[in-house]
Write a protein of this length. Structure first.
Lengths: 127, 567
């Protein structure tokens, strides 16, 4: 068992699950989407990205790319959240939460892709 | 992406993860700890405010307690936040600084720069492996001739020395093990403009592996290797290394030539080394008995040649048993630094003494003692270290054997033109009178100046003008090429030495010899003549002028030449 691989897979899967948890719920209902969950999803996704730094394999490069996509989507979602709550005059309404959730949905896809790639890599090593 | 970027990113993993974790814990803490606003109502900081506060606090800018004055609980957390974020930053910055000062990182950077400089080299270049005494001397000589080279050495001190040596242009250099194929690859061994590899490392095995790598990649490219032992010389020869140089054998040949064929030796000396001896030095009496001090590689090589010529020798060796010698009348046990041993070796009857031990102080002592006993002796000494040059110079020695100088002169001759070495090989078969006539005409040609030599290959690439003329069926003779391109009545200060046609060598070709395509010609003379001739052979108008006297070409050319002549 390789400890580094365990930690690596842990962060990738955790990023996916947190993201999924945030995404679940009615699109336009702010009650269904917890800010803390978005925060954790973003932090874990960032850590997963950093862990992929400096991997010279082709798979490593693809994983880094998908992870960067997830970061980008989640950070934009967080920025929209902050803007809606503190800057916008209407506050957090259905439209704002819908765009936050759809952005996190995009990040979810990227995280899913990371997890699939990880699974494929593992299968190839087994062979 | 290159290795360097990967290395930096890899090393930055831990500090970045530490920063992200500490920041996220701090932000989370602020959102959970209840605060009080101005009216005394309880509130929770949002992520937005928490991120804002942690950002300016972490970078110690400090705008105060925002958005409202903190409660005691929030201040507790702020104390934790201040110290942990400062530590996280110190750790991260420290890690970055450590990377920048890291040996392996710096080596990677240098390697990357070296690779870039080699791949962007457009001119033909040589790879020189080993920058010791010989290597540095070769590099200096070839860069002075305007030839590019790339240097690899395993010792960092020597590479530093290269950077301090004032060479006419920048030489890409790398401190690495040249026997590593990766290193050779970075040095451009697979590039088409790498025209030769010179192996001068102190390790025969490294030389061998460099030579093999080069020969495998490009069998036709020239490989020159220095060698210290006979086994390796054979090994190198077995896969077609072009030139294998053993300093002891070369000097033994050189000395042998000086004794038995003084004129041939002079020709060799004039063509190979930049400073040459006077013709009169050939008259010295050298036949007779010689005393050889030291029976190592050098002594053995000399004795073999002396025996072949039937000359008597006496060997002085401190450990004759180990060298496979029996103490007889002609083998004396001892160092040779004491008068007793030298007298026992019949120094008073000898014509010359060879101080050939591996110790410079001993060699000098031998020379000085021997001179006291017999002032008429011819002194030959081996100089092992370059630093002792001035001491040996002061000792007034007739022939100094400086292995690094010998090898570097020889290599330079090879790099100038391989025809030169073919010429010198053929010279051995010629009679002394012939050599004498040749050296006298050389002296008439250059006097005390350096005798340069160069070769011409009559093909499309290097001598386009001559090639075109010959292809059209016109007659061009050797003499035509030796005319001054601006005044055909005047001859350039040079003479032909060798003509190579269909692998046959013609020594001292007649000047009226008509040339043919693919002929190779070796010329010698002043360097000035060389540059004129090399210009002439690729300039059609100039060539037409020297061949037929007609000033061909357009108005511009005529105008230009008139201006040039009018200077």
């Amino acid at each position: 068992m390789n400890t580094e691989k365990v930690v690596f897979a842990f962060f990738i899967v955790l990023a996916l699950t947190l993201n999924f948890g945030f995404f679940l719920g009615e699109m336009t209902n702010p009650e269904h989407h917890n800010g803390y969950e978005l925060f954790f999803a973003t932090v874990v996704s960032l850590i997963a990205t950093v862990m992929k730094f400096g991997d010279r394999t082709h798979m490593g490069a693809i994983l880094l790319a998908t992870s960067l996509v997830a970061d980008l989507q989640l950070i934009i979602a967080a920025v929209i959240w902050g803007w809606a709550v503190h800057v916008s005059t209407v506050g957090m309404d259905g439209a704002a939460i819908a765009s936050i959730v759809s952005l996190s949905g995009g990040a979810l896809l990227a995280n899913l892709l990371s997890a699939v790639l990880l699974a494929i890599e593992t299968v190839m090593i087994r062979r | 992406m290159n290795y360097v970027a990967f290395l930096i990113l890899r090393r930055l993993r831990a500090p970045l993860i530490a920063l992200i974790s500490i920041y996220s814990v701090l932000i989370l803490g602020y959102t959970l700890i209840p605060g009080q606003d101005a009216e005394g109502n309880e509130y929770r900081m949002s992520f937005f405010h928490a991120f804002y506060f942690v950002s300016f606090m972490g970078s110690t800018i400090g705008f105060g307690e925002l958005p409202h004055a903190f409660t005691a609980a929030q201040r507790f957390w702020t104390i934790v936040a201040i110290y942990s974020s400062v530590i996280a930053w110190i750790y991260s910055i420290g890690a970055v600084v450590a990377i920048l000062r890291d040996e392996s990182f710096l080596r990677l950077l240098q390697r990357g720069r070296f690779r870039y400089r080699v791949t962007s080299e457009r001119e033909a270049f040589y790879i020189i492996c080993g920058y010791g005494l010989t290597g540095s001397s070769v590099v200096e000589k070839i860069t002075r001739r305007g030839v590019r080279c790339v240097v690899i050495d395993i010792d960092a001190a020597r590479i530093e020395a290269l950077e301090l040596d004032s060479l006419p242009f920048d030489v890409p250099n790398l401190c690495a093990d040249a026997s590593d194929p990766d290193v050779l690859n970075d040095a451009g061994i697979e590039q088409d403009n790498c025209i030769g590899v010179v192996c001068l490392t102190n390790d025969d095995h490294a030389n061998l592996s460099i030579a093999i790598t080069s020969k495998l990649l490009k069998p036709k490219r020239m490989v020159i290797s220095r060698v210290a032992t006979r086994d390796y010389a054979k090994n190198l020869g077995s896969f077609g290394t072009d030139h294998i140089l053993d300093p002891f054998e070369i000097f033994a040949d050189y000395l042998d030539g000086a004794i038995h064929q003084p004129y041939r030796h002079l020709i060799y000396d004039w063509l190979i080394s930049p400073e040459h001896k006077a013709v009169s030095s050939a008259y010295t009496k050298k036949q007779g008995m010689w005393v050889i001090c030291g029976y190592g590689r050098f002594g053995k090589a000399l004795k073999k040649r002396f025996d072949q010529e039937g000359m008597s020798t006496v060997v002085i060796e401190p450990k004759p048993e180990q060298r496979g010698l029996e103490v007889t009348e002609d083998v004396v046990k001892g160092l040779g630094t004491e008068a007793d041993t030298l007298l026992e070796a019949r120094i008073t009857k000898a014509v010359g003494v060879i101080a050939g031990t591996a110790d410079d102080a001993n060699n000098l002592s031998i020379v000085m003692t021997a001179r006291e006993l017999n002032p008429d002796l011819i002194m030959v000494a081996r100089q092992n270290h370059r630093l002792n040059r001035s001491v040996f110079g002061a000792a007034d020695i007739d022939m100094l054997m400086d292995p690094s100088n010998i090898i570097s002169n020889h290599i330079l001759a090879l790099l100038k033109t391989p025809l030169l070495i073919e010429f010198l090989d053929r010279l051995a078969a010629e009679k002394e009178e012939w050599s004498k006539a040749l050296i006298e005409s050389m002296e008439a040609l250059v006097g005390k100046n350096e005798l340069d030599s160069w070769s011409l290959v009559l093909d499309k690439e290097s001598t386009s003008a001559v090639y075109e003329e010959l292809r059209m069926g016109k007659k061009v003779t050797l003499e035509d090429l030796m005319k001054h391109p601006h005044e055909r009545g005047k001859a350039l200060d040079c003479m032909p030495l060798l003509l190579k046609r269909n692998n046959e060598l013609l020594m001292m070709p007649e000047r009226e010899t008509p040339l043919r395509i693919d002929d190779e010609v070796l010329m010698c003379g002043l360097s000035r003549a060389a540059s004129w001739m090399l210009w002439l052979v690729s300039n059609e108008n100039a060539l037409k002028y020297v061949v037929s006297g007609e000033e061909g070409g357009g108005y511009v050319w005529k105008h230009w030449i008139r201006q040039y002549l009018g200077r």
